[in-house]
Design a protein around this ligand. Structure first.
Ligand SMILES: C[S@@+](CC[C@H](N)C(=O)[O-])C[C@H]1O[C@@H](n2cnc3c(N)ncnc32)[C@H](O)[C@@H]1O
Length: 334
């Protein structure tokens, strides 16, 4: 994490409305997710899980509050509090860890497949920025319509359970050294582009390099965390309908939509760093926080040589641990 990234996160943390919303989201969604995903869910004491989750969030937010004036202290703090650290901080209570492991290898993937199924295609498949690689392994076993399954990432932190199951390439689409020999008919890129950079040039380079790895007519399915601005929603009846429905189902998403652009960006920054460095347990990722609004992403995709075919606003997806303002874009190589 660079000093710039740490400063940007701490700026977001000092934003009271953004911080309060993210704190509330974590308390509510983590408790719900533990109760839904624990292998012995029925035997859990609901009140006790809510209390332990509240304590967990109080510890995390209280610890970060101690370093708000000291960006250099942020990375060591997050590394120490991360679920990936050994020994693990005591506030990660056993039921949380048991539920999260079960979720990561099962429910998260079931939810993802339900969401992505209407968009998925056929032919050779790659997940770009595959992280743990679990999605590739899961699609291989449960979707089955692709002819090959490859995970690609700039870092190798694949889960043990998928190492033998999937093809993997270590490759940096932002600064390729050499070229990737393979090309693909269908690629996914889930929650990756905002980790690539904040400036348009680096995001364009990344997207154009992916385009070169797609066969003619190939498709790219992107999931991104987005800001939803009132003027963009007002100008598009599809957005109005989808956000209107989500407001009814997810009150905290409604609270997010009511924030201004900068506050929404702060919410995305807080969720991104806290979720990935602490809960997922990978503080060594790059965190340039390259977030855009729903229509700014479309303009970027067009500029990089894609046509957008479908968009779905999914919002704070129920059942998941780390909920953010998600939108799915189905793009075709132009
Ligand atoms: C937030 S994680 C998402 C992982 C996975 N797609 C998921 O949804 O769980 C972002 C991933 O993008 C990868 N990544 C970032 N920049 C990349 C690049 N230039 N080329 C390939 N992968 C990249 C990171 O290493 C990380 O594994």
């Amino acid at each position: 994490m660079t000093q710039e990234e740490a400063k940007r996160f701490l700026d977001a943390f000092r934003d009271g409305r953004a911080r309060t919303l993210v704190h509330e989201m974590m308390e509510q969604y983590y408790a719900e997710a533990v109760l839904e995903n624990h292998p012995k869910s029925a035997s859990l004491n609901r009140g006790e899980i809510h209390r332990q989750t509240r304590d967990l969030c109080t510890d995390i937010f209280g610890s970060v509050a101690q370093v708000t004036d000291d960006p250099q202290a942020l990375y060591p703090l997050l590394s120490r509090l991360s679920r990936g650290h050994r020994p693990m901080a005591a506030f990660w209570f056993p039921e949380f860890n048991e539920a999260y492991e079960n979720y990561k290898h099962r429910r998260k993937l079931e939810i993802k497949l339900e969401q992505l199924k209407p968009f998925l295609g056929t032919g050779s498949y790659a997940d770009i920025g595959c992280g743990g690689g679990d999605l590739v392994g899961y699609l291989k076993e449960n979707y089955g319509k692709f002819s090959s399954y490859t995970g690609i990432d700039v870092m190798d932190w694949r889960s043990e359970s998928v190492r033998e199951k999937i093809d993997f390439r270590m490759f940096n689409f932002a600064h390729p050294e050499g070229t990737l020999a393979d090309t693909f008919d269908f690629a996914t890129c889930m929650a990756v582009i905002h980790h690539v950079g904040r400036d348009e040039a680096s995001r364009l380079r990344f997207l154009r390099n992916i385009r070169e790895s797609l066969n003619p007519g190939g498709r790219l399915l992107v999931e991104e965390d987005v800001m939803l601005l009132p003027e963009e929603i007002a100008a598009n009846s599809g957005y109005q309908q989808e956000t209107g429905q989500l407001r009814k189902e997810q009150p905290l998403y409604g609270a997010y939509l009511d924030l201004g652009r900068q506050e929404q960006e702060h919410v995305l920054i807080l969720i991104d760093l806290l979720a990935n460095s602490l809960t997922v347990g990978v503080p060594d990722m790059d965190f340039p926080f390259g977030f855009l609004s729903i229509d700014e992403w479309i303009r970027l995709f067009r500029k990089a040589g894609y046509v957008h075919e479908k968009i779905k606003i999914t919002g704070f997806v129920r059942g998941t641990f780390n909920r953010s303002s998600h939108v799915i874009y189905l793009l075709r190589r132009n």
